[in-house]
Design a protein around this ligand. Structure first.
Ligand SMILES: [Fe+2]
Length: 547
């Protein structure tokens, strides 16, 4: 019976999680508190920063003081690296990162007064990612695949988890890294690396994989569970695009080629891992596992029959994975993660106090689900703030922007509200029991981690939910898991015959997802959203009111 705090602090996406007696009590990303997207830059100088605000909140939610913690899991192990010599500037300051990581116990103790620094345990980065998959998934045994930019010395682990114990079967050492390859491409295509990779994935849908043959030599599986990524001169494929410049077919073709090659190598790695373990179930984490197009291809073409992906698959998820792993090591029976709604919530009284402070007219309808469905059927754009916020990059019906999928111009409209590029798709949520009627592919999919084909006959009915390539990134909503959102979908379906809504994250360009009621009010006040739902309360835009 242990209380464990997990923290991710080394690269980007600092986050904290608390696991008590094997149960996930709270998990949150620091960016939601600091309002700085991805929390910090992944440079060695920032390694000393620990996720103070999210760690304090997780402890408060758990009713714990720092002194009451049995252990703290830190998702990076500096002992796996050469000990930093006198020159911390060598190797692009890498020894400084190691030095700061090694001093994390004292940084944590000063951020969380009362914490005993000797309780801090260093967890190898990829073991923390892996545990966020195999210990959080609903299965006792699975093959495990972790792929990211980098950990201490590697960029990948292929393993086998049996009854909570991981056997590492393959680990690809740096500099070979599928995550860093994709990051380099992201930068070459004019986006922010280690942040905007999903934009490259979206752009790939507009291109053709014309360079995939040339890339086959440069990026390839090695047949032993690992892979090679050679240095690539991106200019030979497409000119560098500066941020904000128009993109061309050459850029989209390059994105499509790398995306396709990534999928092929992942299929090779998954095939090897299935052979080595004999498992039919695969669990995944690491930033590459947020590539829902590749995940869908693995689900369709790999030997695995079931795939579970940690919703916070990026580095934020290592806070949870580290905490779960240490709880397991301390003898606790770890429970699977039932929901990604692990962040902060506010009481009705607290929400109402925010509305009164803001001095905006609001009302409390008899049934918020019916009122919102009515507005959505009349084509309102709805900012939806309900319950605990999501852990991970996807809005899953707690900090969401909702819209009617039947209107094709709603893609443009939502991209304007969010101030983002027009080539970006918006995703649908669907009543779980109706999902197979509308979409094919991996179902149910409660965490939006796979793409799906829209079934014939439905693409024309929900045009705003369909990407240029005929796919959609679906969230299935079950009444047992998300009763209120399910009632909104049902009420919308009664009015329109369509059991689908558009659901995109509630934020504006470059900002983290809305976290607290003040963020929601600021977003509502600054973007052309028709209706704000704050718990049981509704705020309507005065001018035009609901279009
Ligand atoms: Fe990572």
């Amino acid at each position: 019976m242990a209380a464990v705090l997990g923290v991710n602090a080394v690269f980007h996406d600092p986050a904290a999680a608390v696991v008590v007696d094997g149960e996930v009590v709270a998990a949150a990303e620091e960016e939601r508190f600091s309002r700085r997207k991805h929390g910090k830059q992944a440079v060695p100088f920032s390694t000393w920063e620990v996720p103070e605000a999210s760690a304090r909140w997780c402890l408060r939610r758990a009713g714990l003081t720092p002194a009451e913690l049995d252990a703290v899991a830190y998702s990076y192990d500096p002992s796996l690296l050469p000990s930093p010599g006198a020159d911390v500037t060598a190797h692009d300051w890498e020894p400084l990162r190691t030095l700061y990581a090694a001093k994390a116990p004292s940084f944590l103790a000063s951020a969380l007064p009362g914490l005993d620094p000797s309780r801090v345990r260093f967890v190898p980065h990829h073991h923390a990612h892996a545990a966020s998959a195999y210990l959080a998934a609903p299965w006792p045994d699975s093959a495990v695949l972790v792929l990211d930019g980098r950990g201490e010395t590697a960029s990948h682990v292929g393993g086998w988890a049996r009854h909570g114990e991981l056997s590492v079967l393959a680990a690809q050492q740096l500099p070979h890294s599928l995550g860093l390859l994709y990051e380099e491409l992201t930068e070459h295509l004019g986006f922010r690396r280690s942040s905007d990779e999903y934009k490259v994935m979206a752009m790939a849908s507009y291109g053709k994989p014309v360079h995939v043959g040339a890339l086959a030599d440069l990026v390839r599986a090695t047949g032993d569970g690992g892979f090679v990524t050679e240095a690539i001169d991106w200019e030979t494929f497409a000119p560098r695009r500066l941020p904000g410049e128009e993109w061309t077919a050459a850029h989209a073709d390059l994105a499509s080629s790398v995306q396709t090659r990534l999928e092929e190598v992942l299929l090779d790695l998954a095939g090897w891992l299935a052979g080595a373990t004999g498992e039919r179930r695969l669990t995944m984490a690491g930033g590459v596992a947020l590539n829902c197009v590749a995940n869908a291809r693995l689900a369709a073409e790999s030997p695995f029959s079931d795939i579970w992906v940690q919703p916070a698959a990026g580095d934020a998820g290592t806070a949870l994975g580290g905490a779960l792993l240490v709880a397991h090591q301390l003898g606790d029976r770890v429970s699977p993660m039932a929901t990604a709604a692990l962040g902060r919530s506010w009481t009705e009284a607290e929400l109402e106090a925010y509305l009164m402070d803001a001095d905006v007219p609001y009302h409390r309808p008899p049934d918020v689900a019916e009122a919102v469905a009515e507005a959505l059927a009349a084509d309102a754009a709805v900012a939806w703030f309900e319950g605990r916020s999501e852990y991970g990059p996807r809005a899953l019906g707690h900090r969401s922007l909702l819209a009617n999928p039947c209107r094709p111009d709603n893609v443009h409209r939502l991209n304007v509200i969010k101030g983002r590029e027009q080539f970006r798709p918006v995703a649908p949520m669907v009543m779980a029991e109706r999902a197979a009627e509308v979409f094919s592919g991996t179902l149910p999919s409660p965490f939006m981690l796979f793409t799906h084909q829209v079934r014939p006959g439905w693409a024309g009915r929900i045009p705003a939910a369909v990407h240029v390539d005929g796919t959609a990134r679906v969230q299935t909503v079950a009444a047992a898991d998300e009763p209120l959102m399910h009632r909104v979908l049902a009420a919308f379906e009664r009015r329109t015959g369509v059991p689908v809504l558009i659901n995109t994250s509630l934020n504006t360009a470059g900002r983290p997802m809305v976290y607290d009621p003040r963020d929601a009010l600021e977003c509502f006040g600054s973007a052309p959203v028709d209706l704000l739902v704050l718990g049981p309360f509704l705020v309507r835009r005065a001018a035009g009111g609901g279009r």
